[in-house]
Design a protein around this ligand. Structure first.
Ligand code: DAV
Length: 373
């Protein structure tokens, strides 16, 4: 008997309600992109990636794909529909009238590109040149959803020019030092300028009526203002985390688990003056557990804090990377059922369990979790 495949409905308003349909990325053909201003600012100064670029070794690609496939099966076994992107040829350069870069990146982290808000999926502007065309990997799915769901709104933010004007030359050095970077981060002196709206989808967290957006390397103030005008029924809040010398993406820093509870990276605490909305509405912000590792895996952009880059399946169930024993223990103490997922060897391809997924459907609605503003 063939199982009847349910038609798509796009609907997801938050990070914690029952997940029923999700996109999981692929590692195929992933490249380490050549130097470019915004990317350089994120590669840690002591990283093994500095000065390297090109296609990642096939063996590591195959292994990462195995892990992503297994994760997909784990989700499917829990009744969650999983769709996968169609990788393009990332060895191709990106050429526009405004810039050239010699290769692209990959499509392991759909979270960076696709922002699902209710019945809408919005393609982010992105802020790296090598990621300018990444949305193409998701177009076959977007087209399918559009055919199947008459209420689906497929939107794309204006493609940015990404000329040199978008980036501060101050960051074009690998000898800035962490102290200086922290000073700059505290002053919100980030690598991206305010020339045009820029945002990555992974800088946005969805709390029903409220969208919380990180201002950092990948999202600028104009990007946040663009989101504010684009979602007029939402309240859009700008946050920043001064303890992070390489601030990109909010999902290894601030992780809501259920209404009323958020994990915060203890090295990147939300400043007091930005806590009011949470305090007033009795939300608790607690320190996340320490990562289990003291260094990221080889050729990885992300920090060890991918430990808190978890995927919440519902208010009682969470996927945690298998080696992240302290994070798993904390989840357990918080009353969550933990599903262990092996993914560490795929981190280098673009992140953790939250990064490598993008919501299509959660059993959720447009709720006001912060009536006291
Ligand atoms: O801590 O390196 C990684 C976020 C990836 N989406 C970090 C941030």
């Amino acid at each position: 008997m063939t199982q009847e495949v349910e038609k798509t409905v796009v609907n997801s308003w938050n990070e914690w309600d029952d997940l029923k349909h999700v996109i999981v990325g692929r590692a195929d053909n992933c490249h380490i992109p050549p130097a470019e201003p915004a990317l350089d600012a994120k590669v840690p100064e002591d990283s093994d990636m500095r000065g390297q670029w090109g296609r990642r070794p096939q063996e590591s690609i195959d292994h990462a794909n195995e892990l992503l496939d297994k994760f997909s099966i784990q989700l499917e076994n829990r009744g969650i529909r999983v769709d996968r992107p169609t990788p393009i040829d990332f060895s191709q350069p990106v050429t526009t009238p405004d810039f050239y870069t010699a290769s692209q990146f990959g499509c392991m982290p759909p979270r960076d590109v696709l922002l699902t808000v209710g019945s809408e999926i919005l393609e982010a502007t992105m802020s790296y040149r090598c990621r300018w065309f990444e949305y193409l990997c998701y177009r076959p799915l977007m087209q399918q959803y559009w055919e199947e769901d008459p209420n689906f709104r497929h939107e794309a933010a204006p493609k940015p020019r990404l000329t040199d004007e978008d980036y501060r030359p101050d960051y074009l050095s690998d000898k800035i030092g962490v102290e200086k970077r922290l000073e700059w981060a505290a002053k919100k002196f980030f690598v991206t300028t305010e020339t045009e709206p820029l945002f990555d989808a992974a800088d946005v967290l969805r709390f029903g009526k409220d969208l919380v957006v990180q201002h950092g390397f990948t999202t600028n103030e104009k990007g946040i203002e663009w989101l504010r005008r684009h979602f007029p029924n939402h309240r859009v809040h700008s946050v920043n985390f001064p303890g992070d010398p390489y601030p990109i993406h909010i999902d290894a820093t601030f992780t809501p688990l259920r209404p009323g509870l958020i994990l915060n990276n203890p090295q990147r605490r939300l400043p007091d003056e930005q806590r009011q909305m949470f305090n007033k509405n009795d939300w608790e912000i607690i320190d996340a557990a320490q990562p289990a590792h003291n260094a990221p895996p080889p050729l990885c952009y992300s920090s060890t804090w991918l430990s808190m880059n978890v995927l919440v399946l519902n208010q009682k169930t969470v996927c945690v990377e298998k080696s992240e024993v302290y994070q798993a223990e904390q989840m357990d103490n918080l009353g969550m059922e933990v599903i262990e997922v092996e993914l560490r060897d795929a981190y280098a391809f673009g992140g953790g369990l939250h990064c490598c997924t993008a919501d299509v459907y959660r059993e959720s609605s447009f709720e006001d979790y912060f009536p006291k503003q």
